[in-house]
Design a protein around this ligand. Sequence first.
Ligand code: GDP
Length: 532
Amino acid sequence: MSEFARQIAAEVARRRTFAIISHPDAGKTTLTEKLLLFSGAIQLAGTVKGKKTGKFATSDWMEIEKQRGISVASSVMQFDYRDHVVNLLDTPGHQDFSEDTYRVLTAVDSALMVIDAAKGVEAQTIKLLNVCRLRHTPIVTFMNKYDREVRDSLELLDEVESVLQIQCAPITWPIGMGKTFRGVYHILKDEVLLFTPGEDKAGQEVAEVIQGLDNPRLDELFPLEIEHTRMELELVKGASHPFDLAAFLAGRQTPVFFGSAINNFGVREILNALVDWAPAPGSRDASVREVSPSEEKFSAFVFKIQANMDPKHRDRIAFLRVCSGRFERGMKMKHLRLERDVAANSVVTFMASSREQVEEAYAGDIIGLPNHGNIQIGDSFSEGEMLTFTGIPFFAPELFRSVRIRNPLKLKQLQKGLQQLGEEGAVQVFKPLSGADLILGAVGVLQFEVVKSRLENEYGVDAIFESCSIYTARWVSCDDARILQDFEKSLAMNLARDAADNLTYLAANRVNLELTQERWPKVQFHATREHA
Ligand code: GDP
């Protein structure tokens, strides 16, 4: 192995790239801030979180975008922890939930699932976990808000196991909750970490530790709670699974931690789990072959494109996940779909709080490439070899609008605009086999607003979006061309072609979809589609 290859391998080994999956309000923003504080990447509480202070949350990019154009600050946060380089990718939630949120998950090597322990498993968490499952992404779980009245901990584990179909291995266990929250017992280390409340605790402050669950000091401090915890732990031993690294790495088991993000309690344990157990970047399928992260040649793929909402600055930033080699500022890389050389001088990445110019990046790192709209989701880059990275799918939309225009003379512009916005991944565009109106599909409502305003600003088209009675879409395929022809003929009313000309079934409701699937057993219905 050359010195260069050895250096790359060492850089790859110390990288961890992950995202937080959670339902809105579970505590993602709070936890992000505490993780950054803990690593020393930011100094002050309140830099990420903004609802109370009036400053914006770095994770809420839409707000920031409105104010100053493209914001990438929130999209990727890179920080150092224990001699590791940690990349935390934002998964836009709330009203800015979109397909990007899903696609971010195709660019990470592990995920941190945050659950509001008062609520349990919620809808968006289920959706996001299902996306992680496509790639068997390892999941670390954090049960948040133990400083409040929460649900029974065993019941929570049971719900995760049954609803999310993943084994739970508790690593810590809570002692009390709400007003009587005393801390957590670390099952693997046999030590109790004492809880002290305080929202503005400094990042590196560490809880006081008491050795041994049977330590009499615990009986002096909080006899009731510790007795209850000892009893619960007996049950836990019988009802849950011991931690198994291989099962975690295969995405079958999740280590579970308990704590309170806002009180900065339990955060260090999560960071340690990510560094100690979560995988470094691995090999990626590039169609022609597998690409290993420590190869000397650079390669990357695009998983997200963020456009500027300011009409005066139409630049977009394509987010590339590096898959191999070393990126260096000024290097030449090839945009493989267009077979065009790109000089990477203006590539950006963002540290925790401020914009930084990347000098070099390795597998697992994210770089941002400004462009004028010629880069698409799923595009691959290399130093010349024709690679096509796979596993960056389109997801079946769950929201639909039909599109009309006020001025029929603008039809060409509308079609061009939607074609480009569709290729960029801002929205999915379907052309029904019968009927004239185009149909737009999205997973978050914000996508429609963005598309509407971009059609106006960038293409001069005043489009009308109307709700339509479609419940979901499925891409269809069939090995038998004759059956597919029959299918197309009989169901033309429900069929459309997407931007890449793939046949798509648009179902009015769940029952309709199920009946059609039953009636056409040879036809396959897909909820995701790979990029062409
Ligand atoms: P996000 O929507 O997932 O980003 O959630 P936020 O981080 O914005 O948190 C939602 C709300 O829960 C906010 O009011 C937070 O202050 C609160 N919160 C977050 N973590 C905790 C916690 O550990 N305990 C309590 N009591 N509240 C919390």
